[in-house]
Design a protein around this ligand. Structure first.
Ligand code: NDP
Ligand code: 8X3
Length: 257
């Protein structure tokens, strides 16, 4: 069902796996797109390969609130009426035990997955409310629902995203603004694991070995479905996993008898 087609969609992390797939789906609907990321050349290549819709690239590091503010405040008139903000930019770094983790990695995850996401959201909301139309779609993770060894700050950052999404709905009650948290599990075909393992492609490939993971287009499908439902419908959360994945039992440590 495509009951509603948004006019302008702003996608953070459009230079990567999910972001690019989400851009394709919205472009196919004819939406105008704001494509954000640090890698300008990736944004240009993406825009060139999309179904022909107007696009505007904004290059910023989402950890820098001043840069994000400039990007929002300098949107050309055709793109200024952001109707859907897809807060997709994010990353995990490392998966060793917390007590051995690099504090710089923790800072980068917090600054990207939390600070960047709340900054973009805060910048987008007032104009959405003034126009009486808007949808914040956050890319959370099953990591925000099920902790796992080595997940520490990444899991916590995605738990923040879930709770922030639900709390936003509470504040926005009485407005027509929608908020959705998309919570994917194992998804292949993106840069996520290579980034997590800092370029170690073999280690990244092991994450998906012997599985049939979700694909970025599966995540894009859920995002576009939420955004195109009738305006009376708010999907609060979607958790999706590949059939190859399930949540496990709680761990129990037993001392050697
Ligand atoms: P990718 O690494 O392919 O994409 C990540 C995107 O985030 C890139 O476009 C990157 O752009 C952007 N990004 C990262 N850091 C910054 C920054 N400091 N400033 C601006 N943009 C930034 O990974 P995915 O597509 O897999 O991940 C997208 C989202 O989905 C993330 O939030 C991730 O946590 C989440 N997720 C991923 C899952 C998976 O299994 N793959 C499962 C569940 C959730 P650039 O480098 O150009 O700045
Ligand atoms: C990515 C999914 O399980 O690697 O958010 O944390 S997982």
């Amino acid at each position: 069902m495509t009951a509603h087609v948004p006019q302008v969609v702003f996608i953070t992390g459009a230079s990567g796996g999910f972001g690019a797939a989400i851009a394709y789906r919205f472009a196919a609907l004819g939406c105008r797109l704001v494509l954000a990321g640090r890698r300008a050349e990736r944004l240009q290549a993406l825009a060139a390969g999309l179904p022909p819709v107007p696009t505007h690239a904004v290059v910023f590091d989402i950890r820098d609130p001043a840069a994000v503010t400039r990007a929002f405040e300098s949107l050309p008139a055709d793109f200024a009426g952001v109707e859907v903000l897809v807060n997709n930019a994010g990353l995990a770094l490392g998966n060793g035990p917390a007590q051995q983790a690099a504090l710089a990695d923790w800072d980068q995850m917090i600054d990207t997955n939390i600070r960047g996401l709340v900054t973009a959201t805060r910048l987008a909301l007032p104009a959405m409310i003034a126009r009486g139309r808007g949808h914040i779609i956050n890319i959370g993770s099953t990591a925000g629902n099920y902790p796992y060894p080595g997940g520490h700050v990444y899991c916590a950052s995605k738990a923040f995203v879930k709770q922030f999404s639900l709390a936003l709905r509470a504040d926005l009650l009485g407005t027509p603004i929608r908020v959705t948290n998309i919570e994917p599990g194992l998804v292949g075909g993106t840069g996520f694991s290579a980034v997590r393992f800092k370029g170690d492609q073999d280690r990244a490939a092991q994450v998906y070995a012997g599985t049939t993971p979700l694909l970025p287009e599966d995540v894009a499908e859920s995002v576009v479905w939420c955004a195109t439902l009738p305006l009376r419908v708010n999907i609060n959360r979607i958790e999706l996993m590949p059939v190859s994945q399930a949540s496990g039992p709680l761990a129990v440590h037993r001392a050697v008898q």
